[in-house]
Design a protein around this ligand. Structure first.
Ligand code: AMP
Ligand code: MN
Ligand code: MN
Ligand code: MN
Length: 274
């Protein structure tokens, strides 16, 4: 049976609600599914609090995807099997989410100055239930207003680091993220290492007390996968993997279940209900 350890819901920048994601996982025949929204565990809390947990058939791993603060690189760290009610975690996430609100309004102001007709309420309408407002939401507004063909184009021209509408994230270093995940009982995994585009930095993070590395990822070619698998062995890290499913037809994977990993890679991150 296949598994997927990297997915998003409406609680960050995904299209499906957590319930919809779980039924998609069931339909796809997944055995393990990690829900890893950006800087929030609200989607997992929503499942717990609405009686959707434990979920028949699919083994859900409560997760999160943190964005680290870095001057030039995009570094994301996944947390698996975290206690979503851990108070240090929830306190920090409140700060991070609040900072995302300030950040998005700064980005909207920058875009207005650049001449784009965009308002905060446009972004909030796209963000819907998500309190973790991201550049994805802003990009979607720019596409719907006809400024760009794709969200990717909006990133290249405006939203990427170094581009004029970019505003940095809340100041959370990789080391802080790892300790936050650890004290919430979880395992920390370096997400999509290829997208850091700096292998020396990747190896530095591998040595910094992290537990795993995302070896299997849609944008990793077979050589990349072999390379990160070798790094996992070298540094005694757990190899993980996932599709980074967001649920939008314009972004691979277009469906849950078309990019999966073997269950044996997911098992070490799962804790059965007690
Ligand atoms: P943020 O959380 O505000 O930093 O926004 C990052 C999110 O934007 C990521 O989680 C991706 O879903 C999306 N994203 C990042 N880079 C791109 C890109 N080049 N094209 C389209 N979407 C992107
Ligand atoms: Mn995203
Ligand atoms: Mn990511
Ligand atoms: Mn992701």
């Amino acid at each position: 049976m296949p598994s997927d350890l990297h997915t998003h819901t409406t609680f960050s920048d995904g299209k499906l609600t957590p319930e919809e994601l779980i039924s998609a996982a069931r339909q796809a025949g997944l055995s393990y599914l990690a829900i890893t929204d950006h800087d929030t565990v609200d989607g997992v809390a929503h499942l717990y609090e609405n009686g959707f947990y434990p979920t028949k058939g699919v083994r859900v791993i409560p997760g999160i995807e943190f964005s680290a603060h870095h001057p030039t690189r995009e570094i994301h760290v996944l947390g698996f099997n975290v206690d979503i009610y851990n108070s240090e975690l929830t306190d920090k996430l409140n700060d991070v989410t609040e900072a995302r609100w300030t950040r998005f309004s700064e980005m909207v102001a920058k875009l207005q100055k650049l001449g784009y007709d965009i308002r905060e309420k446009d972004v909030l309408a796209v963000a819907g239930a998500s309190k973790s407002i991201s550049r994805s939401h802003i990009g979607r507004v720019l596409v719907s207003k006809g400024y760009f063909k794709t969200v990717r184009d909006a990133f290249s021209e405006l939203l990427q680091k170094g581009q004029p509408a970019y505003v940095p994230h809340y100041r959370l270093e990789v080391a802080d993220i790892i300790s936050l995940i650890h004290q919430a009982g979880g395992k920390a995994v370096l997400a999509h290492p290829k997208l850091i585009w700096d292998d020396a930095l990747v190896e530095e993070i591998c040595r910094s007390g992290i537990d795993g590395i995302e070896v299997f990822y849609p944008q990793h070619n077979p050589e990349d996968t072999a390379h990160y698998l070798a790094l996992a062995e070298k540094y005694q890290l757990l190899p993980s993997g996932g599709s980074d499913f967001h649920g939008f037809p314009t972004r691979y994977p277009t469906e849950l279940g078309i990019f999966t990993i073997e269950d044996r890679y997911a098992e070490p991150f799962y804790q059965p209900e007690t």
